[in-house]
Design a protein around this ligand. Structure first.
Ligand SMILES: [Zn+2]
Ligand SMILES: [Zn+2]
Length: 263
């Protein structure tokens, strides 16, 4: 295990642990790269206290750690931006102002409700629930700000009240998303937070296979840890998907450039 590209520390409202604890744990595990990807979900309606931390404080503190540990590990000071059609220009302002090292563009809320919550699914067929989510992901690829990775494609299934065979519910949209992501040279992360709850990664094997069929080669490991002990969680599931896809490296961003690290 060389890199974990998606972790949330105490600077995210739903996570615990000081960033330094994450760095020390990552070094102990032998990682060469860790990316803080704190939540920025502007205009988030599902829980107004969630939106984001004090970004001045976060960037100041995390840049200090980045320098302090630079001889042991690459600490990437990033953000996970929750895209909506309403907040996209505000996200652009934040990214222009803070210049994060790494940006994951994710879709959490669709139509004002996070698809993590049961209320997102009420009154919708599984097909409608899936398609509205993927339509939002497709528009997120045209975000008016620079981003590096497409976050957890298939998030709608992660906490759904029923099993969602995404590849059957929205194959056309998923194919279009991956064609667009490949053309735009984006990383499609494999988010491994799901084995804990549903036994699959996000994207799942079937959906990730559609990315590979679309010519996708750039992926990276994302534990989506919300406390230091979850760093590296689900790494086996990640390497299994990579092996099936014939992918032998993960793509990470260091010093403003993409580089490959062995799995
Ligand atoms: Zn997310
Ligand atoms: Zn996350």
């Amino acid at each position: 295990m060389t890199a974990d590209n998606h972790v949330h520390t105490r600077f995210s409202p739903d996570a615990k642990g000081d960033p330094e604890e994450f760095v020390l744990r990552a070094i102990k595990l032998g990682l060469k790269h860790i990316a803080f990807t704190e939540h920025v979900d502007l205009l988030y309606k599902s829980d107004p206290s969630f939106v984001m931390c004090d970004l001045d404080e976060y960037f100041g503190y995390a840049r200090g750690l980045q320098n302090r540990y630079s001889d042991k590990i690459y600490v990437s000071v990033g953000l996970e931006v929750g895209y909506t059609a309403q907040n996209k220009n505000l996200n652009a302002d934040i990214i222009n102002r803070y210049r994060p090292d790494y940006v994951i563009n994710s879709v959490h809320e669709v139509g004002g409700v996070d698809c993590w919550f049961d209320s997102y699914f009420s009154g919708k067929t599984p097909e409608k629930a899936a398609r509205e989510y993927f339509e939002a992901v497709l528009s997120s690829l045209n975000a008016p700000y620079p981003f590096d990775a497409v976050g957890h494609v298939g998030y709608v299934a992660r906490n759904a009240p029923y099993d969602m065979p995404l590849a059957k519910l929205a194959p056309d949209l998923i194919n279009e998303i991956f064609r667009t992501a490949v053309a735009a040279d984006k990383i499609v992360e494999i988010n491994a937070s799901c084995p804990v709850t549903r036994g699959v990664t996000v994207p799942c094997a079937e959906v990730f296979g559609m990315y590979v069929n679309a010519g996708g080669k750039k992926t990276c490991f994302a534990s989506d840890a919300h406390n230091p002990s979850d760093i590296g969680r689900g790494y086996d599931a990640f390497t299994k998907l990579c092996a099936t896809a014939g992918i032998a490296t993960q793509t990470v961003k260091q010093n403003g450039k993409e580089t490959s690290l062995p799995l």
